[in-house]
Design a protein around this ligand. Structure first.
Ligand code: AHR
Length: 503
């Protein structure tokens, strides 16, 4: 059955922010140390950063990089990791020693090398409004006060100009150090926001939230006037304790209602008349949750083999298949469709663990999700166009990880244009594990050619590793465009179909 796809490029339904393709990096396992920061590695530059990893990050034009956590931040004290005296700290979140050799100044240097905006998440677990605002003094004041003077003494005469700040991380969760009640949270965020804005009135502030009415109403009633963003997180294939990845079709079940959290938070913002003032920062998202047994629980592991060694299981590249790529495309499509209320999204994390880049001592592996970011950043437009299908959308039944039969749309489509040039670029995702899908493109365009960029892999379980590259972007020129022409979408594939003036 061919699906009739209609695109009206005269009706722009949104202009997405490049920040939807943002990322997150945390002091966890090999994301920072033995990850991006590897001074002893010959592949690293004079500042100790892996140049091969930075080059890969630059290729997907990372617009913003959230740091240093995540749970890590809720007992992190930034002053331990600036200046000449760096004292190792015991990281109470992940129960390992952090040498503190990578701190604020190294992070800012990293952001400059990548060419991205810094986005700092502050410690609202054991931290205080004063410690947070001192951090803003250190980063953003020209030279007033002891913290700006400390930055200058550390060799950074110019302010770091950190625009984006988040107050806390998941402080609603029992697993978080220094977790708060909704009432405590409202007061803490308000006092922290006041002090931060007293230091830098231009700071853009977010605060930890979730798709929960009580938490958000209390937060927004107390602090709505101070906030520019509200932060939410979501992982779908939950594996913190048992590293049992969902199979391909189980992952497709997770695509049902993929934007439900956005819908819920949008509803609360609208009900409180804040939808024009506050945007959603979906600042941690990934199909797969991170595997770290016996720390997010009340009962902590006793031996390192119980709670540190198992983290290496995140490094198994065979986990990250076409399921991850197809899911990521469906998520990014949903954020683009909601770009009026979602202003930022951060893949969690960018490097190692469940990241789109995997690094080892002699090189890197670009996992399947990396190629999705490459497609969206480098082959899609910045305006969202009106798209509809005649006679609805084909549906497929898949079994969820919990064993329920779930009906999901087989296709996920998004039409984009460019605000500065002619042509359109359509994302067409075929989620079906084994069947191709044909679409007919109804769109008025003269003298245009069709170029299709596809990520598909040999099978639904294809993945990339040190010695294999099964998942890549393949380009196919299919000749001149005529309205109504059919395009075949391979099974388990993410496709960008460009209809652009003949070059
Ligand atoms: O599993 C990693 C954790 O997920 C992050 O540190 C936290 O923000 C979220 O709970």
């Amino acid at each position: 059955m061919t699906v009739e796809v209609n695109i009206n490029d005269r009706r722009i339904t949104g202009k997405r922010s490049p920040m939807l393709y943002g990322h997150f990096i945390e002091h966890f396992h090999r994301q920072i140390y033995d990850g991006i920061y590897d001074p002893d590695n010959p592949l690293s530059d004079e500042d100790g950063f892996r140049t091969d990893i930075i080059d890969a990050m630059k290729k997907i034009k990372v617009p913003v990089l959230r740091w240093p956590g995540g749970c890590f931040v809720s007992s992190y004290h930034w002053k331990d990791a600036v200046g000449t005296e760096r004292n190792p700290m015991f990281d109470k979140a992940w129960r390992v020693e952090d040498p503190n050799t990578f701190g604020t100044d190294e992070y800012i240097k990293l952001c400059r090398k990548i060419g991205c905006e810094p986005y700092i998440c502050t410690n609202a677990g054991t931290g205080t409004p004063e410690e947070m605002s001192d951090w803003v003094e250190y980063c953003n004041l020209e030279n007033e006060g002891k913290y700006a003077k400390w930055r200058i003494a550390n060799g950074y005469k110019q302010p770091h100009k950190v625009k984006y700040w988040s107050i806390g991380n998941e402080n609603y969760g029992h697993w978080e150090i220094g977790a708060k009640s909704a009432d405590e949270w409202g007061r803490l965020v308000r006092e922290s926001a006041k002090m931060i804005l007293h230091v830098d009135a231009t700071a853009q502030l977010s605060a930890a939230a979730l798709a929960d009415i009580d938490w958000n109403i209390n937060l927004l009633k107390n602090c709505g006037q101070y906030l520019d963003w509200i932060s939410i997180h979501q992982y779908w294939d939950m594996m913190p304790e048992v590293n049992h990845p969902a199979a391909y079709e189980e992952c497709m079940a997770f695509t049902k209602n993929i934007a439900r959290s956005v819908d819920d938070v949008r509803g609360i913002l609208t009900a409180m008349r804040l939808e024009d003032k506050i945007k959603i920062a979906f600042d941690e998202w990934n199909l797969r949750s991170w595997h770290h047994p016996n720390v997010h629980t009340i009962k902590q592991g006793v031996n390192k083999e119980d709670y540190v060694t198992p983290r290496d299981k995140n490094d198994d590249n065979s986990i990250y298949t076409m399921a991850d790529a197809v899911f990521a495309a469906c998520f990014l499509n949903a954020m683009n469709r909601n770009c009026d209320i979602v202003g930022m999204a951060n893949f969690a994390p960018i490097l190692n663990t469940r990241g789109c880049i995997y690094s080892y001592d002699k090189g890197i592996v670009l996992r399947s999700t990396y190629h999705v970011f490459d497609l969206y950043v480098n082959y899609l437009g910045d305006t969202i166009l009106d798209l509809w299908t005649e006679d609805g959308m084909p549906v497929m039944n898949v079994n969820s990880k919990s064993g329920e039969e779930t009906a999901v749309d087989t296709l996920d489509l998004l039409a984009t244009g460019w605000s500065d040039r002619e042509g359109i670029a359509l994302v067409a995702v075929n989620k079906h594990a084994c069947e191709s899908q044909s679409i007919a493109l109804n769109y008025e365009s003269e003298d245009a050619e069709v170029i299709v960029y596809s990520i598909t892999g040999k099978s639904k379980d294809s993945y990339n590793d040190r010695d294999q590259n099964e998942v890549m972007i393949e380009e196919k020129k299919t000749g001149l465009f005529r309205s109504g022409m059919d395009v075949e979408l391979a099974p388990h594939s993410v496709n960008v179909i460009q209809i652009v003036p003949v070059r």
